[in-house]
Structures are given as C-alpha cells and as structure tokens.
Design a protein around this ligand. Structure first.
Ligand SMILES: Nc1ncnc2c1ncn2[C@@H]1O[C@H](COP(=O)(O)OP(=O)(O)O)[C@@H](O)[C@H]1O
Ligand SMILES: [Mg+2]
Length: 328
C-alpha cells in the first residue's frame, strides 16, 4: 500500500476496532449521498479548497473535474478524514467519515495507483488487507474476480502492469463491499481499453445503487465515465450537473466551419461574428449554419462547404476553468 492507502486502511481499521465497543453508538451508513458544505482548506500560501459545496447522488457515476492544482485531491482527502478542513463539513450518508461505524464497509477509496509488497501476489496482498480489516479471505477472490484480475491472482505484484495495479487498487477498495467508492485520477496511465473497462465497472457499481465519485483533470475521460460532473477550479465550484447539461449551459456554442472563395465579403455580411481561419476555412462562433447560409445568399457569396461542429468538450472545460489557475 502507498502511504495514503495505508492511512485509509489504518483509519478504517481504527473505525472497525472501535465498533466492537461502540456498535450501537456508531453511525451506520444509510444512503451513500456525499454532501460537501462550505468545505475549505487553506495552507499558508494557498487556498487549496475555498468554500466548496456540492452533493453527490447514489446510483450515479460523478466526475470530479478540475485542472491540476484545482483542489480535487485535497477535497477527497477531507471527505476521507485524511486532511482536516479549515472550515466546512463533508458527510457520507449523513455522517462524517470519522463517525462512521464501519468505514471500510461504507467507503472504499483509491487515492493513487496502488502499490503493494513487490514479492507478494495480488491475491495475497488483498488477503492481508482482509485479515487486518476483519473481512473473510473469500472477499479477496471475489474482489479479484470483480476487477478481472483472477488470471493474474497468483502472479507477483512486481510483474503487474500499471493497468493491473489500478485494478488491484480498485479491488482493495471494494473488499468491504462499500456503498461509496471514491477514486482519485484512476484513469491516469490507462489505455483506451482500460478506460472502457473502468467505465463498464463503475457504471455497473453505480447501477447497484452505489455512489461513485471519480476525479480527473481530463474532461474527455469524464465524458466517457461519468453521468454527472462537479467542476472546480482554484478551489471553487465552477459548474455541476448532468454532463450534457453542464456542456449545454457552458455557453460554448458550437462552431460553424465554412469554405468560400470570398471570406471577407461573407464576414462583412455577418457583422460582429467572431471568426478565425483554419486550413483555408473560416471558423465562426456564435452563429448557426442557417444564419451563415442566409448571410451568404444575401451577400451573393458562393459557399463550397458548410459544417456545424459540435462543441469541443475540452474547449468547454478550458473556458469554464480559464484564468482560475492564474489566481493562485
Ligand atoms: N500539504 C500541502 N501543503 C501546501 N499546499 C498544498 C498541500 N496539498 C496541496 N497543496 C496545494 O493545494 C492546491 C490544490 O492541490 P490538490 O488538491 O492536490 O489539487 P488537484 O488534486 O486538483 O491537482 C495546489 O496548489 C497544491 O499545491
Ligand atoms: Mg490530485
């Protein structure tokens, strides 16, 4: 385990240990909604997270998006009680992580590409965690099966590829059969097939009613993985909602690409429309193809090509988060 992974397990085990004495006192997770309210973490120089509020629904895959340094990892670590907030709260099913009766059974977390004892097999790595957490050893095989690692169960960890290590990390997080799964940049270093595999797994787990919160700095990845998104920049909320709504509301209209022998005349007829030139074509923003066609007809300009391009999702994301990095 990495330091962070070990910490999650340690805290989870501390939680499990206390439950033997305080079974009725602990807060058993009822539903897996994650609610973040006014969450803030200020370091000396940096407002890493700054008054962040959002809610993550069970039964959906939610993408937690933001450029590098936006505060995603800090937020996830506060949700998991690994970093203490300067202000605000984060709850899971109504309880703070620290108050959960059985954290390992409530919340699984993969904070970075997991590592393990190099000479240990993947399966034994999971069995060690099971033993420490008071889970039956059979969960190790079930979790290996869940992430498609059964064929590699008896291979040593040092021979695992990055993708296999990512899978093993998810398997470890799923050992306690948690209602909530939190993953920090799990797609880092995965190839397209690996990302497709992860999408299928996360959507299956969400379909079982679990809450899946997965961070990334790449919108293109989230477009594949997520139902909902929460977008942050410079520690603050920028947008949240269903992926399609966020993209639709972002105000980044699509562009219209038009080929004409008389671009300047056409631009005059389209007074005020923002344009750029690319590969001999005019790229127009904020107009429809119909408007361009009508303007061309009025101006008597021939059109050799007219294509509407759907909003570039990476562009939407960059527009939403633009300039926010410069603040810090
Ligand atoms: N322990 C720390 N001490 C000081 N600054 C930190 C610490 N952890 C994170 N930061 C700063 O907080 C900001 C947010 O970091 P992080 O949460 O890791 O962002 P992300 O995961 O979105 O890339 C960054 O500017 C980072 O340098
Ligand atoms: Mg991070």
């Amino acid at each position: 385990m990495t330091a962070t992974g070990a910490m999650v397990t340690e805290i989870a085990m501390a939680g499990l240990a206390t439950t033997t004495h305080t079974v009725r006192m602990g807060n058993v997770i009822t539903d897996g909604e994650i609610v973040v309210s006014g969450l803030t973490k200020h370091y000396k120089q940096v407002k890493a997270v700054d008054g962040l509020s959002f809610a993550i629904k069970p039964g959906r895959v939610t993408g937690f998006l933001g450029p590098n340094g936006a505060g995603k990892t800090t937020t996830l670590r506060m949700i998991l009680n690994l970093v203490s907030p300067t202000a605000g709260t984060a709850t899971i099913g109504g309880s703070r992580y620290a108050d959960l009766a059985e954290p390992l059974r409530a919340v699984g977390a993969v904070l970075e590409a997991s590592s393990a004892h190099k000479g240990r097999t993947g399966r034994n790595h999971l069995r060690v965690i099971c033993a420490a957490a008071g889970l039956p050893a059979s969960r190790a095989d079930e979790a290996m099966e869940l992430v498609g690692l059964t064929p590699a169960a008896k291979r040593k960890f040092k021979g695992y590829s990055l993708g296999m290590r990512q899978r093993l990390g998810i398997a470890a997080a799923m050992l306690g059969d948690p209602r909530v799964l939190i993953l920090d940049e799990p797609a880092n270093g995965l190839d397209p097939e690996g990302i497709r595999w992860m999408r299928d797994l996360l959507q299956k787990l969400a379909g079982e009613g679990r809450t899946i919160l997965v961070s990334s700095h790449l919108l293109s990845e989230m477009e594949l993985l997520a139902d909902d998104v929460v977008i942050i920049a410079a520690g603050r909320l920028v947008a949240q909602g269903a992926v399609a709504d966020v993209i639709g509301n972002a105000g980044s209209a699509g562009t219209v690409r038009v080929r004409t022998p008389h671009p300047d005349t056409l631009l005059e007829a389209l007074a005020g429309v923002a344009s750029s030139r690319d590969d001999g074509a005019l790229v127009l923003t904020g107009v429809t193809a119909e408007q361009v066609g009508d303007a061309a007809l009025r101006a008597g300009v021939a059109i050799h090509g007219l294509v509407t391009e759907r909003p570039d999702l990476e562009r939407v994301f960059l527009d939403l988060t633009a300039g926010k990095e410069a603040i810090r």
